[in-house]
Design a protein around this ligand. Structure first.
Ligand code: MTE
Ligand code: MO
Length: 345
């Protein structure tokens, strides 16, 4: 019971931080009223409680997998089952943990799999960074040089026990802070993702399934390009303030896939992080929204329209112009978009 409560408060704290960032992204000038803050807080608490319940039910340790995908010579994703990870987890790192707030100096004994071992299995790559994605869509990007130079690992055990959810388990990225103090400044608490599910080497090629079709980057480039300039709806990696994003309209993609959405139909936007696959909390776009405002799947950003890297949630992210109804309803922007699911009642 105490553990469950602590977990809820841990996640709440993150959501509170996220809210603060979201508020600042929109300019930091018009401060929300206390009443508005209270409404956001209680909404976030409800959402968290649901998320925690889903976590504990759906993602039992034994079915938890780690997937490595991205740029390699073979280009094939690799999946590791919980059992396979256990067998590979032969390294111990004894270190303090900046997220172990009850005693940030305490030395904990983590057992895990070296990230460099996993990278060797994935194969040769020209990429320079790896993005770790967590079940709650949190992400952290680490340089490949550091992952090869230091015993940074995906931990499965802490002090001889499986890592509890409230301590970041079942898979938690751990840095050898105590042995290599130079890592303490570079990889602070926010670089230690909890509930890791994916390692993305470099950035994946664009691949989005719509209806029975799959769209790649050439398909995206062949559709009309639309830009919007908005604060990005998720914090990870992005600068604060407005960002120029370029992409294609969801309705143009649907048309190109030959999908005729009926007026009572809707589209669920899915992405790599598990939270976007939660059937109880889908990110759903209505027919009206798709047809009356330019909801985009963005693939480029900035003045020179560079591709969106994995460190920013790319290659494809959902983006709402501020005049969409969902923008005000705080519909989440989905990172790592890989599928549009058409649903008709
Ligand atoms: N999966 C996941 N890992 C995460 C986070 C998160 O929200 N989700 N927050 C990060 C940040 S910003 C910090 S400071 C530390 C501690 O977060 P906490 O205070 O919410 O526990 O965990 C990091 N790892
Ligand atoms: Mo943080």
């Amino acid at each position: 019971m105490a553990a469950a409560l602590r977990k809820v408060s841990t996640v709440n704290f993150f959501i509170t931080q996220l809210m603060t960032v979201t508020i600042c992204l929109s300019g930091c000038t018009d401060f929300p009223t206390n009443r508005q803050l209270e409404a956001w807080r209680s909404e976030a608490m409800t959402r968290n409680a649901q998320m925690v319940a889903t976590h504990s039910k759906q993602t039992e340790q034994l079915t938890w997998e780690l997937v490595i995908q991205g740029e390699s010579k073979t280009g094939k994703p690799l999946r590791f089952s919980w059992q396979q990870l256990q067998a590979l987890a032969t390294t111990h790192v004894k270190t303090s943990d900046p997220n172990h707030t009850s005693d940030i100096k305490e030395i904990l004994d983590f057992r895990g799999v070296l990230v460099s071992t996993l990278l060797d299995k994935f194969g040769k790559t020209d990429s320079t960074e790896v993005t770790f994605i967590a079940a709650d869509a949190f992400q952290a990007t680490i340089s490949l040089t550091d992952l090869r130079r230091y015993p940074i690992m995906i931990a499965v055990e802490r002090d001889g026990k499986e890592i509890s959810r409230s301590d970041g388990g079942p898979l938690y990225l751990v840095f050898p802070h105590t042995q290599y103090p130079e890592l303490q400044l570079k990889y602070t608490d926010k670089f230690w993702p909890y509930y890791v599910t994916h390692m993305i080497v470099g950035t994946e090629p664009i691949r989005v399934r719509v209806g029975g079709r799959e769209f790649n980057s050439a398909d995206f480039d062949n559709l009309p390009q639309v830009t919007l300039t908005e604060p990005v709806g998720y914090k990870m990696g992005w600068q604060s303030g407005k960002v120029r994003l370029q992409g294609v309209r969801v309705r143009d993609l649907l048309a190109s896939a030959g999908v005729k959405l009926p007026a009572n139909g809707s589209v669920i936007v899915q992405g790599t992080p598990l939270i976007y696959q939660d059937p109880k909390k889908p990110v759903r776009l209505s027919y009206q929204e798709i047809n009356n405002c330019d909801v985009l799947l963005a693939t480029r950003w900035g003045e020179n329209q560079q591709p969106i890297p994995a460190s920013l949630g790319g290659p494809v992210t959902l983006a709402f112009p501020s005049n969409c109804p969902s923008a005000s309803a705080e519909q989440p922007w989905v990172s790592f978009v890989d599928q549009l699911k058409v649903t008709t009642p």
